[in-house]
Design a protein around this ligand. Structure first.
Ligand SMILES: Nc1ncnc2c1ncn2[C@@H]1O[C@H](COP(=O)(O)OP(=O)(O)OP(=O)(O)O)[C@@H](O)[C@H]1O
Length: 543
């Protein structure tokens, strides 16, 4: 017997219409790539998204066409998210930090017909343009009067505001009644091995992911919040925040291109940001700015840190020095991205500070909708005892079942997504990522977690950043090498780092050497690029 409830479809356009109906006066604030801070209400933004959809239709965009974006976190980019997906086309976000040949591959593979860009990326697109035969229009997201001409416009660009102005008075765009499984968004993983792979989100997966992440047991997004997604909109749809904030009714504060600690602090302070989200390297910058000023930005209460493991020392500094609640999130492009969030359950709230910080250093518990498990090499489930480690697998309605346009499956033999991470899960469902399988240091048949050694090093005074890699060793196959960026104040030296590590790690896990560098190489998403470090220091122990 079937239930008798309506089978209305989950669509991204319904998020926009809901926000317009229920939170019409809520604001989106942007520090634009041009500099000034702009603001609009959700209602104004919704009307502009309708006009953009009209304009794209006039340019010939049809259902299922791919429309690319290379843009910062801005109001116009959010409008593009809603207009493109709402009209039934596919919003293809691209990371401008990818290598040129990767971007050319991605855009040709996705067959983008129209591309929306910020002015920062004119030189980048000028270099790519001759290699993009399918691309019909490039739209520059800037004011009409700021549209470049002559040598500043090396290829033909339409102006975003002129396109919108031409649609004035047209009224609402008739959002099509799409099947909820229709494609809505496209994001390519960086593909540290081989070509990038496209993950194709649907309306259903996007809406469900946004609803689940907004829940109090996950990221907890409310109308009283002012949320700043520092995580770029070109990286896994800014972890779904442009959707979940409009479901929850939270004010959106978009930082544009300036992501240094001082710029973030100023905008957060002015806009009363209560919750901000980004990768660990961003929060190191903000932490040092807060220490310089001796205070946190006005109203700042919580931060969501994910994308790679935040050091326990940093979590403890946010909480201990500034009273800011750190939530760690774990996930991946193939998972829309959120899989788990670490928050302290009431049953553990009485624990001493260090024990609570240790719990927050785990990657947290699965959010509703996602099932997580660990398996052995034959895909057989392993015990959730907090000790046994295995390959972390996931399944759920916002987890990829394949890649766009290529015949390569990310699934295990039992149909779960293989995340490429090695993890333990305890009796309370807390997941601990031991390491990415490819980052584990394999020393004489034993595995050393680079995350554990990095965490230990980050607790050493005078260490600003630490990365551990496995390098070839004549006797043990691989041994850990630690690469350190020393803090400006009271910088650590080799002896201090090794003495500190010897106090907290077993002897066999101690790195064979400490190397100091001026700055960590960062990948396209702001994570430390271990592939580059491995390449650079491959011969360090063998000469
Ligand atoms: N909180 C976290 N703690 C530890 N690792 C994390 C965390 N969040 C994400 N990760 C790591 O990031 C991975 C997902 O990365 P993502 O999908 O963003 O692409 P990426 O880092 O660019 O990698 P690639 O494109 O090469 O697959 C996870 O599998 C995990 O290894």
């Amino acid at each position: 017997m079937l239930g008798q409830m309506m089978n209305t479809q989950l669509r991204i356009s319904s998020i926009l219409e809901h926000a317009n109906a229920v939170f019409p006066h809520q604001e989106i604030v942007t520090r634009t790539p041009e500099g000034p801070v702009t603001r609009a209400t959700f209602r104004q933004m919704r009307d502009r998204a309708h006009r953009l959809a009209h304009a794209l239709a006039r340019l010939g965009v049809k259902r299922a066409d791919r429309v690319g974006t290379i843009a910062w976190n801005t109001q116009r980019h959010v409008e593009a998210y809603y207009a493109i997906s709402g009209m039934g086309a596919v919003c293809h976000v691209m990371n401008p930090r990818y290598a040129h040949e990767q971007l050319v591959y991605i855009m040709n593979h996705a067959e983008d017909e129209v591309l929306l860009i910020d002015r920062t990326f004119i030189p980048l697109v000028a270099a790519l343009r001759p290699k993009l035969p399918r691309l019909r229009h490039v739209i520059l997201m800037t004011e009409a009067e700021a549209q470049p001409t002559g040598a500043d416009a090396p290829f033909e660009m339409l102006n975003y505001e002129e396109l919108l102005a031409a649609e004035d008075g047209k009224g609402d765009y008739p959002w099509p009644e799409l099947d909820e499984n229709s494609a809505a968004g496209l994001c390519y993983t960086s593909g540290t091995t081989g070509n990038p792979k496209g993950v194709l989100y649907s309306h259903r997966s996007t809406v469900l992911h946004a609803m689940a992440t907004a829940l109090p047991s996950a990221v907890n997004i409310a109308e009283t919040d002012s949320v700043m997604p520092v995580v770029p909109m070109f990286h896994v749809m800014a972890w779904g925040l442009p959707y979940s904030c409009m479901i929850g009714g939270a004010k959106l504060v978009m930082p544009g291109p300036n992501l240094d600690g001082a710029s973030l602090f100023e905008l957060m302070d002015a806009e009363g940001v209560t919750m901000a989200a980004g990768v660990p390297t961003i929060w190191l910058g903000l932490l040092s700015e807060m220490r310089k000023r001796g205070r946190a930005p006005n109203g700042f209460k919580r931060t969501l840190i994910g994308g790679s493991a935040p050091a326990t020392a940093m979590i403890a500094a946010y909480e201990g020095e500034f009273g800011i609640d750190v939530m760690q999130g774990w996930g991946m492009t193939e998972m829309s991205p959120v899989g788990s969030v670490a928050t302290i359950p009431p049953s553990k709230a009485h624990l001493p500070f260090d024990a609570r910080m240790a719990l927050k250093s785990k990657q947290g518990r699965q959010v509703f909708g996602v099932e997580l498990d660990i398996v052995d090499e034959n895909d057989r489930p392993l015990p959730h005892d907090g000790k046994t480690s295995g390959r972390l697998v996931a399944r759920g309605p916002w987890i990829a079942s394949g890649y766009y346009g290529i015949d390569q499956s990310p699934l295990t033999s039992t149909g779960w997504l293989d995340t490429g991470d090695i993890a333990t899960i305890d009796e309370d469902s807390f997941v601990t990522i031991v390491d990415r399988a490819k980052d584990l240091v394999k020393s004489g048949g034993e595995w050393i977690s680079s995350i554990d050694v990095e965490n230990a090093a980050m607790g050493c005074p005078g260490v600003a950043q630490a990365a551990v890699i496995g390098v070839p060793h004549p006797k043990w196959d691989e041994r850990p090498l630690i690469i350190v960026v020393a803090a400006e104040e009271n910088p650590a030296d080799k002896e201090r780092v090794m003495t500190h590590l010897a106090k907290v790690l077993p002897k066999w896990q101690l790195p064979d050497d400490v190397v100091f560098i001026d700055a960590m190489p960062l990948g396209a998403t702001g994570k430390i690029l271990k592939t580059e470090l491995r390449e650079r220091f491959r011969d360090h122990l063998t000469g």
